[in-house]
Design a protein around this ligand. Structure first.
Ligand SMILES: Cc1ncc(COP(=O)(O)O)c(C=O)c1O
Length: 461
C-alpha cells in the first residue's frame, strides 16, 4: 500500500472555483479513472495542504465532501483511504423491473436493461444489519394505541439525521413519521385542501402529487419549471399549497438556486400559501455543494417531506413530514380521524438502522455507486444530459420528433426508457428521456447508454 499519492494535484487561484472544490474534483477524477485505487491511503490533511500551499481547511473540506459522497473511508483515526469498490451491486446483474400492469412494475427478464426512473438499487443493503433491525422490531410489544406522530425515539433520530445530513434546524417536535412521501402529501392534502381550493404542482412534475391533490377535491394548477426549477414569477397568487422538488426537480433535474429559493418563500409569505418541499432524493448529490432546504430558510411556511424509498427502498414504507407545530398538530388530528398510521415494527426497525449508523453506511456506499453510474451516463451522452447534479435520474434533452422512434427502437433492443411527456399535466413542453440509474447495474447503464447514443440521429444534437 502506498502511503502517499502519485496523482499530480494543482490549484488555480485565478479560476474563481473554490480551492476545496478544485482539490475534490481532481481526487474524484483520479479515483474514477483508477489513478487512485480502493484501499489506498491519502496524505494527511496537513501534508497535502503543505504540498499544495493551501490552508488545511481547504483539504479538510475537500476530504469531507468526498467522504460524504462515499469515495473515501475514514478508519478510526488511522488515516483517510479510498473506499472499497468491492460492492455487491455489480455482481447481482440486471434485476431491473419491467412491464406495467395496473401501474405496477415487475422484475425485468434477464438481458433487459431498465433505465426508467423511480426505483433505487435494492440489492446493495447490508443483510446482517437488516436482520438485526428486524430482530429488534420483533422484541417490541404490540401497541394498541399507535401514536399519530410516530415513535418518539424515531422522531428524535430522524430530527438528528435531518440536522446532520441536510443541515435542517429541526427538533423532534416538528417531525411526524409517515409511510413515505405519498402518505405525507396525502395527509397535508387531507388537512389543507378540498373542493374550492387550488393546489400547484410543478409542470412537468410528479404525477402522484397531481393525483393526490385531485383526489382530495382540489383544483390542480400546473406551475412551469425551467432547467433550474420552479419559475416563481409564473406562480398564481391563489394557491393554498405548492408542491415542489427544489433539491432535484422531478423530472427535469434542476436544483433551485438560493436567490430563487428566497423569492419563492417571499411569494409564499405574501400569498399565504404553504410550500411542500419534496426532498425525495436529496441524499444523493454529485460534485456540488449542498444548498439549504427551503424548510430551514422559513420553517413557518414550509412542509418538508422525506422518504426512505430512494435511500433504502419503497418496500420499507417509511418517510417523514416536518412542519410548523400548529400545522403538524392539525395533520395529526386529521390522521387519527382517517385511521391512518405508520407500522410500529417498521419504525422500530428503522430506528435501529439509524441508531447503529447502518443507514449512514448504506448511504455512503450507494452514493459512490450511483456517482459511478451517473458518470457512465455523462460519459456516453454528455451533451444531451441535464439535471445530473443529484438524485437517481437525469434528463436527456432531445427534439420532440426524435423521442418516440428512439424509445421504440431501444425497446426492440431490450432497453426500456421513459420520456418527459407523461410527466406533464398539460401539453408537453419539455422533451427528451428521463433516464433512471437506480435499478440498473453499472454494466447495464453503460450498455443502455451505448444503445441510446447509437439511436440519436446526428442532427439531434
Ligand atoms: C418525485 C418523487 N417524490 C417521492 C417519491 C417517493 O414516494 P414514496 O416515499 O411515497 O415512495 C418518488 C418515487 O418515485 C418520486 O418520484
Amino acid at each position: 500500500m502506498r502511503s502517499t499519492i502519485d496523482v499530480p494535484l494543482t490549484v488555480d487561484r485565478e479560476s474563481g472555483v473554490p480551492l476545496a472544490v478544485q482539490v475534490a474534483a481532481q481526487l474524484r477524477e483520479a479515483m474514477r479513472t483508477g489513478g487512485l485505487r480502493a484501499g489506498e491511503r491519502l496524505p494527511s490533511t496537513r501534508g497535502l495542504a503543505t504540498l499544495l500551499g493551501v490552508s488545511r481547511t481547504v483539504v479538510t473540506d475537500a476530504y469531507q465532501q468526498l467522504y460524504a459522497e462515499g469515495w473515501l473511508d475514514g478508519r478510526h483515526g488511522s488515516g483517510t483511504y479510498v473506499a472499497d469498490e468491492a460492492l455487491p451491486y455489480e455482481k447481482a446483474e440486471g434485476r431491473a423491473v419491467h412491464a406495467n400492469r395496473g401501474g405496477h412494475r415487475e422484475e425485468a427478464p434477464p438481458g433487459v436493461v431498465d433505465l426508467r426512473p423511480g426505483r433505487p438499487w435494492v440489492l446493495g443493503y447490508d443483510t446482517a444489519a437488516w436482520r438485526r433491525a428486524w430482530r429488534s422490531a420483533g422484541e417490541l410489544p404490540l401497541n394498541a394505541f399507535p401514536d399519530p406522530y410516530g415513535h418518539p425515539e424515531l422522531r428524535e433520530l430522524l430530527a438528528e439525521h435531518l440536522r446532520r445530513a441536510r443541515a435542517v434546524p429541526v427538533g423532534a417536535g416538528n417531525v411526524m413519521v409517515t409511510r413515505g412521501t405519498g402518505n405525507g402529501l396525502d395527509l397535508i392534502a387531507a388537512t389543507l385542501l378540498g373542493p374550492g381550493t387550488r393546489a400547484g404542482v410543478e409542470e412537468p412534475g410528479w404525477r402522484a402529487a397531481r393525483r393526490i391533490f385531485a383526489s382530495r377535491g382540489a383544483e390542480v394548477v400546473p406551475c412551469p419549471v425551467d432547467e433550474q426549477g420552479v419559475i416563481v414569477e409564473a406562480l398564481p397568487d391563489d394557491l393554498r399549497v405548492l408542491y415542489t422538488t427544489p433539491a432535484h426537480q422531478f423530472p427535469v433535474g434542476g436544483r433551485l438556486p438560493i436567490p430563487r429559493r428566497e423569492k419563492l418563500l417571499a411569494w409564499a409569505r405574501r400569498t399565504g400559501a404553504i410550500v411542500v418541499e419534496d426532498d425525495y432524493d436529496a441524499e444523493f448529490r454529485y460534485d456540488v455543494a449542498p444548498l439549504p432546504a427551503l424548510y430551514g430558510l422559513d420553517p413557518g411556511r414550509v412542509v418538508l417531506l422525506g422518504t426512505l424509498s430512494k435511500s433504502l427502498g419503497p418496500d420499507v414504507g417509511l418517510g417523514w413530514l416536518v412542519a410548523p407545530a400548529g400545522l403538524l398538530d392539525a395533520v395529526a388530528e386529521r390522521r387519527v380521524r382517517l385511521a391512518d398510521r405508520t407500522s410500529g415494527p417498521v419504525q422500530r426497525a428503522v430506528a435501529t438502522l439509524l441508531e447503529r449508523g447502518d443507514l449512514d453506511r448504506h448511504l455512503r456506499r450507494m452514493r459512490l455507486e450511483y456517482a459511478r453510474r451517473r458518470a457512465a451516463i455523462v460519459e456516453a451522452l454528455g451533451p444531451y444530459v441535464r439535471g445530473d447534479t443529484a438524485g437517481l435520474h437525469v434528463m436527456v434533452a432531445l427534439p420532440a420528433a426524435v423521442v418516440p422512434g428512439l424509445v421504440r427502437r431501444a425497446g426492440e433492443r431490450g432497453v426500456l426508457l421513459d420520456t418527459t411527456e407523461p410527466h406533464h399535466h398539460g401539453p408537453p413542453r419539455v422533451h427528451g428521456l428521463v433516464l433512471g440509474y437506480g435499478s440498473a447495474s453499472r454494466a447495464d447503464v453503460r450498455r443502455g447508454c451505448a444503445v441510446i447514443r447509437e439511436l440519436i440521429p446526428p442532427e439531434g444534437a
